[in-house]
Design a protein around this ligand. Structure first.
Ligand SMILES: [Cu+2]
Length: 336
């Protein structure tokens, strides 16, 4: 009896110390969405349960090793134990009940994160190797950054142009894969941002060479700031250069082509238009409209010298219309 009391006190003390210690460590980034609340609550509860179980096992084990070790010169056998039905029932039922309880809480938390507001802001988010693009279908605006009004639920419809990507903003906690394959494979994610600030979308599914660079800014702003951003973006829809920049972002051209002269996977677009481009077969091409069109529609026809033939051949009419390509070329022309 004395041993049980001492061990119990030790378990309580070690559990309390562990919980206090773990609370000093900032394990999670700032909590910036309504969906983060149930997730963090569950995480913190499980952490406490784990601290208790750890103490229960380690304290009893160390206590037994230290207190009940064999005395010097003692060569007798230990007491023979046949079994203990009560103990066995207890250590079967208690963990079972705990796990069932946690799975109930898990289901409830999942349901809370999926709770839908009747009038969410709709955004179509598309992943492509290696960039995100965001379309606001109600206004036709397309953006490389995700701008959201605070305290309004956004309904993201996620898809991918190529391989599986995964949309994840750690401060919002929730995460969802973006799948290729068309409309049947669109996946939805609801987020209600609650804290004005700047965050970052990461891709949480290994998706190729520049996977770690597949990020996009997320800006949570006041409703007024959101309205003025939206008005500015809608205005830009009438300008071919601004449109071209957006399409280039959306089509992931800018993950391989820089705008400032630096070398990425492909040549920079700065000063490209009208320049003489040396080709790998020794010819030199003039970077006029027909050359740019051909470079996109049929990239293997001419390869720029010193670069791998890595330009995707997927920019067909179906994926990039003639009008869109024209806008991109207007944008390239503007990069003197
Ligand atoms: Cu990715």
């Amino acid at each position: 009896m004395k041993h049980i009391v001492i061990a119990a006190v030790l378990v309580v003390v070690v559990t309390a110390l562990l919980i206090a210690g773990l609370q000093q460590v900032q394990l999670l980034p700032v909590q910036a969405s309504a969906q983060a609340v149930p997730i963090d609550n569950l995480f913190n509860l499980e952490f406490k349960i784990i601290a208790f179980l750890f103490s229960l096992i380690v304290v009893l084990m160390v206590y037994s090793i230290v207190v009940f070790r064999r005395k010097k010169g003692d060569v007798t056998d230990a007491a023979h134990v046949e079994g203990n039905t009560k103990l066995e029932v207890a250590w079967t039922v208690a963990p079972l009940a705990t796990v069932l309880f946690i799975s109930y809480l898990g289901g409830e938390s999942l349901a809370n994160t999926m709770r839908s507001d009747p009038q969410p802001l709709k955004v179509n988010a598309t992943g492509a190797q290696w960039a995100w693009s965001f379309e606001y279908p109600d206004s036709g605006v397309i953006s490389g950054e995700l701008v959201l009004p605070v305290n309004k639920q956004v309904l993201l419809s996620l898809s991918s142009k190529d391989v599986i990507h995964s949309f994840w903003v750690p401060e919002f906690r929730v995460k969802q894969d973006a799948l290729p394959g068309g409309p049947d494979y669109v996946r939805q994610l609801r987020i209600t941002p609650t804290l004005i600030g700047q965050y970052k979308v990461l891709c949480a599914e290994l998706c190729g060479m520049q996977h770690t660079g597949m990020t996009a800014p997320v800006k949570v702003v006041s409703q007024a700031d959101y309205d003025s951003w939206m008005a500015e973006q809608s205005g830009a829809l009438n300008d071919p250069v601004a449109r071209g920049r957006k399409i280039a972002q959306q089509q992931a051209c800018l993950s391989c082509h820089s705008l400032d002269g630096s070398r990425l996977v492909g040549p920079s677009w700065k000063g490209l238009y009208g320049s003489d481009v040396p080709l790998s077969d020794g010819r030199t091409a003039k970077a006029d409209e027909p050359f740019l069109v051909e470079s996109v529609r049929n990239p293997s026809a001419s390869i720029v010298q010193g670069y791998p033939p890595a330009m995707p051949a997927t920019y067909t009419q179906a994926n990039l219309s003639d009008e869109q390509l024209k806008d991109i070329i207007e944008f390239i022309k503007s990069l003197k």
